[in-house]
Ligand binder design. Structure first.
Ligand SMILES: N[C@@H](CCC(=O)N[C@@H](CS)C(=O)NCC(=O)O)C(=O)O
Length: 220
């Protein structure tokens, strides 16, 4: 039985980021599903752990930790294995900059304004809010242009080694490219498309797909 538990949802972007860190570090863990999207809201027991009601939350021994950035840095600093943060100040700062850009300018536009409107809302019989989709695209394009510029021709977003920047970006971009707008926009950033395809092949990415037994990520 794993001594580390992650409370979250398989379909959640931030849960997947934490799972990617656990997988990259080869840490044994158990994912316990907590449905914060239920009509009744996040379960009361979960709100005692995280009063903001956001997932994921990490449990290790008596230690309980929420906020994905804190979780990922803790895992990286606490456990041996692949290091997920550059040691040198400049690349470390670039990685932190990318995390901040993704948190603030990518997650909501890519996931909620485009993916949810294009895939989830019509999937449950609703109509997409076209204004929301259209309004999100310019900001997303700026994010992709910056990621493409920072990556240059390196293998990963920050130089030649995987870092938290890649683990944050992948789940957000993954949802975005499932939409027509996302797939079309990625054509303008072929280097970033190549990065996404490389990430797709990683063991950690395959071990954490958004849906169980999902082959839809294989094709990209
Ligand atoms: N700042 C939080 C954000 C986490 C977050 O927004 N998670 C989403 C799922 S991907 C969530 O819990 N949403 C529930 C809600 O919005 O009520 C973190 O870094 O962990």
């Amino acid at each position: 039985m794993a001594s580390i538990k992650l409370l979250g949802l398989r379909i959640s972007v931030y849960t997947r980021i934490a799972r990617l860190a656990l997988e990259e570090k080869k840490i044994d863990y158990e994912l316990e599903e907590v449905d914060v999207f239920a009509d009744a809201g996040a379960p009361a027991a979960y709100l005692k752990r995280n009063p903001f009601g956001r997932i994921p939350c990490l449990l290790y021994g008596g230690f309980s930790l929420y906020e994905t950035g804190a979780i990922c840095r803790y895992l990286d600093e606490m456990f041996f294995g692949t290091e997920l943060q550059p040691k040198e100040p400049a690349p470390r700062a670039r990685m932190n900059q990318i995390l901040s850009v993704l948190d603030n300018y990518a997650y909501r536009p890519m996931v909620w304004d485009v993916y949810v409107q294009r895939i989830v809302v019509p999937g449950s019989g609703g109509m997409a809010d076209e204004a929301l989709v259209a309004g999100a695209l310019p900001l997303i394009e700026t994010v992709l242009r910056e990621l493409d510029r920072w990556r240059e021709d390196n293998e990963f977003l920050v130089g030649g080694a995987i870092s938290l920047a890649d683990l944050y970006a992948y789940p957000m971009l993954r949802y975005f490219v499932e939409t027509g707008e996302g797939a079309a926009m990625m054509q303008s950033f072929p280097r970033l498309g190549q990065w996404l395809a490389q990430m797709q092949a990683r063991r950690s990415v395959r071990a954490t797909s958004f849906h169980s037994g999902d082959a839809s990520e294989d094709g990209f």
